[in-house]
Design a protein around this ligand. Structure first.
Ligand SMILES: [Fe+2]
Length: 479
């Protein structure tokens, strides 16, 4: 059943029109719905109105009519031009209001789509983990369209397959992908179809440039209703907006990998200048990360810390191999030149506009807590956190590595040397964190490179030593 009143925002215009017809033209007016049932009436008083005629509203579907009744045919004929004029006014008002209603609905729909996109964008900003972003998008869409299950099947940064799910198992994904209705359908656009078990499937392709790189599938099981056309439209629009984001995320992820590999290649090139420092930057990065993790710094900072550690000796690229690998004592000029390598690092990295913490970490690893370090003689917390972390990692690796002028120190001796420098040379907190990391990770994981040859009881001894050293580091050099 449809009635003209349902099509007006405000029925005052309709009321005024029928009041005019009734009062001015002395007609009895009845507005009826599509089934002829009266919706509203105006009666004349004082005389009968046996002659009547229905004037239907001009609309795309039957929404009823105005029935005008008069005392006789002449009365009705004379009134007809006025009736038709009123009807035309009502029809045009109806058209305007319908257009307005449709526009409002479209705007509401757009606004809910925008809200959704803002919500998702807010959640994924700053997340550089591709899978995490996919998962958030999957969960958000599932929640918005009230899907019982869903999955996203697409490509990762190295074109490897990624399948993330919302409340479904891998087997369920497999069987859904084989569903006859999906196999049958040309999959270039968003569709709704029904699986053999009666569940409603909403399928949307993920496109990259001109090709398809994956799919989003949502499932609503019986007895819930099938997905609606508006839900399909919403997912289609979301997919259109999100597809380029997927592509960007993938490229960004690849770029990050490329960047880190370049940094590593650079670190390897620096280490290769001197046979005694082979692998130094990689070990320093590993120790620095172990300290950073123990300190609980977040993933982004850890990533930057790793880069800073790889780059900490970058400036050595400007120093001759003959000086770096000199077996004997260095002359004071040679020593001065070596002390300049953080300045060279600064000069090389400055134009790249890296985050400040990476640059500071790389160039401050020879600064010492009492201000006796170089190149700036910074003291205490004027040395950046990364600088204080890398200082400990760097000295530990230098001590446990063979040098042209001495053998490698045993781990215990190296740690004792670090502890002797607590507060004066090194930040106590960093040393305690390093020892804790060695203990937590059973030493071998952190120090795998230098502990390949440790026998079982040596490791046990080392762990006991680390426990004692922690107590020592807590109180060393205090008061
Ligand atoms: Fe250095």
């Amino acid at each position: 059943m449809a009635s003209i009143q349902d099509y007006f925002f405000d029925t005052a215009f309709l009321d005024r029109s029928i009041d005019y017809l009734a009062e001015t033209l002395h007609l009895a007016i009845t507005v009826v719905d599509s089934e002829g049932i009266p919706v509203t009436t105006r009666r004349t008083t004082g005389h009968d109105t046996p002659v009547s005629r229905a004037y239907p509203f001009h609309f795309s579907s039957d929404i009823g009519a105005i029935v005008c009744a008069a005392p006789d045919q002449d009365h009705l004929s004379q009134a007809e031009p006025h009736i038709l004029y009123c009807l035309a006014s009502l029809n045009s008002q109806l058209l305007r209001e319908t257009e307005l209603r449709e526009t409002t609905e479209e705007m509401l729909q757009l606004s809910s789509q925008l809200n959704f996109l803002f919500k998702v964008a807010k959640k994924i900003i700053g997340i550089d983990d591709l899978k995490k972003c996919y998962q958030i998008i999957l969960e958000e869409i599932s929640q918005t369209i009230k899907a019982d299950q869903g999955f996203i099947h697409t490509k990762g940064r190295m074109d490897e397959e990624i399948c993330l799910t919302h409340r479904m198992t891998g087997e369920e994904v497999e069987s859904t992908l084989k569903a006859v209705c999906l196999q049958r359908t040309a999959s270039g656009s968003t569709i709704i179809c029904t699986r053999e078990d009666g569940a409603s499937l909403l399928y949307s392709p993920i496109k990259e440039k001109d090709s398809q790189s994956g799919r989003l599938v949502f499932i609503r099981a019986l007895p819930h209703r099938a997905f609606s056309a508006s839900e399909k439209q919403l997912v289609g629009i979301i997919e259109n907006i999100i597809s380029p984001t997927f592509e960007t995320l993938r490229l960004y992820d690849s770029l990050q990998d490329l960047y880190m590999n370049t940094v590593k290649a650079l670190a390897a090139a620096i280490d290769a200048k001197d046979e005694y420092t082979h692998g130094h930057s990689f070990r320093v990065a590993k120790y620095a990360l172990a300290i950073g993790e123990e300190l609980g710094i977040d993933k982004h900072q850890l990533n930057d810390l790793e880069i800073a550690a790889y780059m900490h000796d970058l400036g050595k690229i400007g120093i001759s191999e003959l000086i770096l690998g000199k077996p004997g004592k260095l002359t004071s000029e040679e020593f001065c030149l070596i002390q300049k390598h953080p300045v060279f690092t600064d000069k090389i990295l400055q134009p790249i506009k890296l985050p400040a913490r990476i640059l500071e970490g790389a160039i401050q690893h020879h600064e010492r807590m009492d201000g006796s370090g170089y190149p700036l003689g910074l003291a205490g917390t004027n040395i950046s956190l990364f600088g204080r972390i890398i200082a400990v990692a760097d000295v530990f690796d230098a001590l446990t590595s063979k040098r042209p002028y001495r053998e490698a120190l045993p781990v215990e001796d190296a740690l004792k040397t670090l502890c002797d420098g607590i507060d004066s040379l090194f930040d106590r907190e960093m040393i305690i964190a390093f020892i804790a990391a060695l203990r937590a990770q059973q030493s071998t994981e952190v120090m795998g490179d230098i502990h390949m040859g440790l026998r079982h009881h040596d490791i046990q001894n080392l762990n006991q030593f680390l426990i004692e050293l922690t107590d020592f580091a807590m109180v060393a050099n205090r008061g």
